[in-house]
Design a protein around this ligand. Structure first.
Ligand code: WQD
Length: 352
């Protein structure tokens, strides 16, 4: 068993670890998953077009783990880049994070979202076929459930995309099911994330949205450091305990470790597998609870104003986590306060 030490160098990891390709690996979830993969002894190659991230993330991953992942700057929609990456690094699995993920933006730019998220995924799968690599972990989303008809939400819940972003995830889930049915040997995990938040405890990597954050927690963090004046709370008239939206916030490191478990599950299964599983905590927290937790973490007051509901928002959403626990042995361990403490450390250590 490869012991993981800070001093381990690339050569030692190269000699014993299997190689995985992480697309979108300089992004929020991809970078944290790369850290978890390296800690588990995998050799990682990152492919990223840097459309919504920065190359310095590769340096910071190396600072955390002591091992610098290989990095290819390129686009998953480019078959030549994919073919040369498979030739050069011979990965035996792909974790596919590359894509666009802003719900509102997807409504304004549907073709851009279908091109990146659907075309990009299909091009990657074609490159895997050509390279005879058939282990694939896909970054899906709880958004495929639409407005939930039951809570907690099980994986068997009907799917209903309510925006182009969610529809791209639903379509790629179906592409994967059809591919798995058509060709033996594919080992596929479709992971449905709830609301990933927080940062690596080192403060060296975290969520770095460009422009005005769409999501709650990066926005709250920017109010805490004084970059923005107040949080606009989108509605307090929902049928929830305090009237504000309730979501299943999961620490990004719990999410990252869930990917490692899903990869190992796929590699250990016999000939083929199509696994679909929620990655959440099974608990819901409201907007106001998250604001209070961040005030605790930052020791700063976080002003907010109740405004109108955001179009398309749902009242409440949290995961049924039984399948993740049963098949992957996954259970989120980090608390809401851990998420806020780590996010605050990242927010205050960032040098932009
Ligand atoms: C959370 C809560 C808002 C911002 C989206 C995607 C989902 C996933 C996570 C990718 C809601 C409220 C928010 C603000 C607020 N992304 N809010 N003021 O909408 O649950 O999920 O991001 O996979 O696919 O749909 O996350 O963080 O935007 O909102 O009051 O400035 O915070 O109404 O109740 P959401 P969010």
């Amino acid at each position: 068993m490869l012991r993981f030490q800070h001093e381990i160098n690339n050569w030692e990891v190269n000699q014993v670890a299997s190689t995985v390709l992480v697309t979108g690996g300089t992004g929020f979830i991809g970078s944290h998953t790369t850290v978890a993969l390296q800690k588990a002894g995998y050799r990682v190659v990152i492919l990223d077009n840097l459309h919504n991230s920065h190359a310095y993330v590769v340096d910071n991953i190396a600072k955390i783990t002591g091992v610098r992942p290989a990095f290819v700057q390129g686009d998953v929609r480019d078959p030549q880049v994919l073919a040369s990456t498979f030739r050069q690094y011979t990965p035996d699995a792909v974790l596919h994070f590359a894509g666009m993920k802003a719900v509102g933006e997807s409504t304004a730019l549907p073709l851009v979202y279908y091109d990146n998220n659907v075309h990009g995924s299909v091009t990657m799968l074609q490159a895997m076929q050509a390279a005879n690599v058939r282990t694939f972990v896909f970054s899906s989303s709880a958004t495929v459930y639409g407005d939930p008809q039951q809570l907690p939400i099980p994986e068997s819940h009907r799917r209903e995309a309510t925006n182009p972003y969610g529809h791209t995830k639903l379509v790629v889930e179906d592409v994967l099911a059809n591919l798995w049915e058509s060709e033996p040997g594919w080992r596929i995990a479709r992971l449905r994330y709830f609301n990933p938040v927080g940062a690596h405890p080192s403060g060296l990597i975290g969520e770095a949205p460009q422009g005005i954050p769409n999501n709650l927690m990066p926005y709250v963090a920017q109010v805490a450091v004084g970059q923005r004046d107040k949080v606009r709370v989108f509605g307090n008239d929902y049928d929830t305990p305090d009237g504000t939206g309730v979501r299943d916030y999961i620490h990004v490191m719990d999410l990252a470790e869930g990917h490692v478990r899903a990869l190992e599950y796929c590699r250990d299964c016999d000939s083929s597998e199509l696994l679909t599983v929620n990655l959440g905590t099974g608990q819901g927290n409201s907007v106001l609870e998250m604001i209070r937790a961040f005030e605790q973490a930052s020791s700063r007051p976080i002003p907010y104003e109740i405004v109108d509901r955001r179009p398309g928002d749902i009242a409440a959403c949290w995961a049924d986590t039984q399948l993740a626990e049963k098949t992957l042995g996954c259970r989120a361990t980090r608390t809401i306060q851990d998420m806020c403490d780590d996010a605050w450390r990242w927010q205050t250590s960032r040098v932009e």
